[in-house]
Design a protein. Structure first.
Length: 118
């Protein structure tokens, strides 16, 4: 399973962006879809995820500002980011975990840069 992430860019503080993650290839089950981010000099952190198709969790600093969603028909994952802050600046990665041909997979997108200026 390969993933492509889109939608990054440069915005001013208070602005918004919508990230998309499009999978290619076949798979049987997706157990988790998530967005991670990694800022320079920092560890990669989970921003938000959808578990088993319905349960969502978010990193505390983005709660109320970011919304993760998916289009079941297309298996496309989205991250709507509102009220962006300079501290949201990072490379954002999408991640899918599930099963294909009876084997687990853990796939990552290539990353998309989000830069928020003050």
């Amino acid at each position: 399973v390969q993933l492509q992430a889109f939608g990054g860019g440069t915005v001013q503080a208070g602005g918004f962006l919508r990230l998309s993650c499009v999978p290619s290839g076949s798979f049987s089950v997706i157990n988790m879809m998530g967005w991670y981010r990694q800022a320079p000099g920092k560890q990669r952190e989970l921003v938000g995820s959808i578990i088993s198709g319905s349960n969502t969790i978010y990193l505390d600093p983005v709660k109320g500002r970011f919304t993760i969603s998916n289009d079941n028909a297309k298996n496309t994952l989205y991250l709507q980011m509102n009220a962006l802050k300079p501290e949201d600046t990072a490379v954002y990665y999408c991640n899918f975990r599930g099963v294909v041909l009876g084997r687990p997979f853990d796939s990552w997108g290539q990353g998309t840069q989000v830069t928020v200026s003050s």
